[in-house]
Design a protein around this ligand. Sequence first.
Ligand code: SF4
Ligand code: SF4
Length: 170
Amino acid sequence: MAAINLTKMDKEIIQKIIDHGGKGITKCIQCNACASVCPVAKAGFPLYGRLLFRKIQTGHFEEIIEDSSSWACQACNRCTEICPRDAKPFEIVFAFRRIQANELAISTSAFTPLMNLHATGHAVYSEASKELRQKVGLPAVPVTSIANEKAQEEIRTLLDNSPMGELGIF
Ligand code: SF4
Ligand code: SF4
C-alpha cells in the first residue's frame, strides 16, 4: 500500500480532533471491529466510525465536515468496549461532532435534543417518562440536571453563548 503524505493542514486537523477529546485517532488501525457493533453502521449511515476515522487520518476532513452521520451516534459506547487498540472510538466521534457544532455543521435531527437540553437540562426528554417512573416507585425525575434549576441555568448559559446560540432554535 502506498504511503499517505499528509499536508501541514491535515496534521493540524488530526491535532484538532485530539484537542477536542479524540486522542485515540492516532491509535486506530482500521480493523473495523467498532463498525461490527455500531448502530450507526448497521443503520446504513455512510460515515460510521471506522470510515470517519479513515477520512480524518488521510486528509479528507473538508469533504466530510457537513456529513450528518455523526449525529446518529447513540453514545452507546459499544465501539469503545470492542476496540482492540483502546482508541475510544466514541470519543473520536464526539470530538468530530464538537468541531462540526463549532462550525454550525449540525444535522437538523439534532435540533430537538438540543432544544430539550436547553429547556430541561436533558437532551432526551419525555413528559411520559415521569408517569412511568412513578409507577415503579421512582421520583418523577432523576437526580440529575433535570432536577437542578441552577445546573439548568448553567447549561442554558453555555448553549446561549456557544456557536449554537446563533442558530435561533432556543
Ligand atoms: S475498533 Fe478501534 S482500531 Fe478498530 S477501526 Fe474501530 S477505532 Fe479503529
Ligand atoms: S457510541 Fe456511537 S459510534 Fe460507538 S458504537 Fe455507539 S453509536 Fe456507534
